[in-house]
Design a protein around this ligand. Structure first.
Ligand SMILES: *Cc1c(COP(=O)(O)O)cnc(C)c1O
Length: 366
């Protein structure tokens, strides 16, 4: 028998969460780029695909991921969030019918070089990225209109959509400055080109900053049932977990007061207690730095991690689960135990935990 660990993937939850994203926009009118970079935030693109069918487009980074969704039969738009990394990438863009972000000058030079050397009728749609303060990628405000005009003048460029990305959408008033700059820079362009579309919002902005929704929203973590906030649960936004990481107890230990548990003897029992050993460790993607007290769901109750997480196992305090035995089901995160609770205890975010699900964990699609 294989180790009892598994990840259960819930495509139905993705569909429900996508509907929540749409519902958050004015008159449900914004279109949705479901963001599926990093292999759908660790869920597996193929595993959640059925839950994505109501999205208007899929956003990602890797050409191989674009190929995979076309192979699955996706015939709606695909957005490459970082655009092209070389001249030759544009041939995949044409072949796979992709929309590309353009965020720096070299990408325009490559685009022109590609069209100079290749015979193609393909009209390429572009998302032109404005750096409004995140200072990661995007054109500076003072260059933006000029770059827009340069692209607009190219005969092979189709639609140009204006975009930016927020650094602090997870806090109150966190988009005010960036929105002011985005509006100041884009309003003159929109006045000259009234048909032009705009896209700004990640999950946090979708859920709390309606003034930033515009024409296309870009939900990521929320469609997997994760919260983009530290102080608001996914549940409070009616989001449902798309991944349950489950396992079983594979051993029990009785320890006496004063005895230590696991590597480094980090946890020392204050009283006589029963310890459960869970088949899950950092080689499965569970955070090694999770401290004592991190919640784990065992036999219908929340119990506490005790001792250092090892490669393949971790230990829990079974004081509040007296009937637990070898074979008792355990949930590390998912439908019963929000991934964000575990992440917060471990000093990280739900995003990192989902993306870190290890290859060796068998996946079951519900
Ligand atoms: C990842 C990403 C998103 C989605 O962000 P979430 O916080 O997961 O909703 C949106 N836009 C861009 C440009 C991204 O890279």
């Amino acid at each position: 028998m294989p180790r009892p660990i598994f990840a259960k993937i819930h495509p139905d939850s993705v569909a429900i969460n996508l509907a929540q994203a749409r519902f958050a926009t004015h008159k449900n009118a914004s279109k949705i780029w479901a963001t599926i970079k990093a292999n759908a935030y660790g869920h597996g693109i193929e595993h959640i695909y059925d839950g994505l069918l109501d999205a208007d487009g899929l956003a990602m980074l890797d050409l191989s991921e674009a190929q995979r969704v076309r192979d699955l039969g996706w015939n709606k738009p695909i957005l490459m969030l970082e655009g092209c990394f070389s001249v030759s990438d544009y041939s995949f863009v044409c072949d796979l019918d992709l929309t590309v972000v353009v965020h720096h000058e070299a990408q325009i030079d490559w685009l022109i070089t590609y069209y100079e050397h290749n015979q193609t009728q393909y009209s390429i749609n572009i998302y032109l990225k404005l750096n409004t303060g995140m200072n990661r990628v995007g054109f500076l405000p003072q260059r933006y209109e000029e770059v827009f005009s340069r692209l607009r003048a190219l005969p092979f460029v189709g639609e140009i959509t204006l975009m930016t990305h927020f650094a602090n959408a997870d806090i109150l008033d966190g988009v005010a400055e960036q929105m002011a700059l985005f509006n100041a820079v884009t309003t003159p362009i929109v006045k000259k080109h009234p048909q032009i579309l705009r896209s700004c919002s990640n999950s946090a902005a979708i859920l709390t900053h309606p003034q930033a929704h515009f024409d296309w929203i870009r939900p990521g973590v929320m469609i997997y049932g994760g919260s983009p906030f530290l102080d608001q649960t996914a549940q409070s936004h009616q989001l449902q977990a798309a991944m349950t990481l489950g396992s079983e107890l594979i051993a029990l230990q009785t320890v006496q007061a004063g005895e230590a548990i696991g590597y480094g003897s980090r946890f020392v029992a204050k009283k006589n207690m029963t310890i459960g050993v869970v088949a899950c460790g950092y080689a499965d993607g569970y955070p090694r730095h999770a401290p004592d007290g991190t919640p784990v769901w065992v036999d219908g109750v929340k119990v506490c991690l005790v001792g250092r997480v090892s490669m393949d196992m971790m230990m829990v305090d079974l004081t509040s689960a007296p009937d637990a035995k070898v074979g008792t089901p355990v949930e590390l995160w998912g439908k019963n135990l929000p991934i964000d609770e575990v992440a917060q205890s471990a000093g990280t975010i739900g995003y990192e935990l989902m993306c870190g699900l290890a290859q060796r964990v068998p996946v079951i699609v519900e």
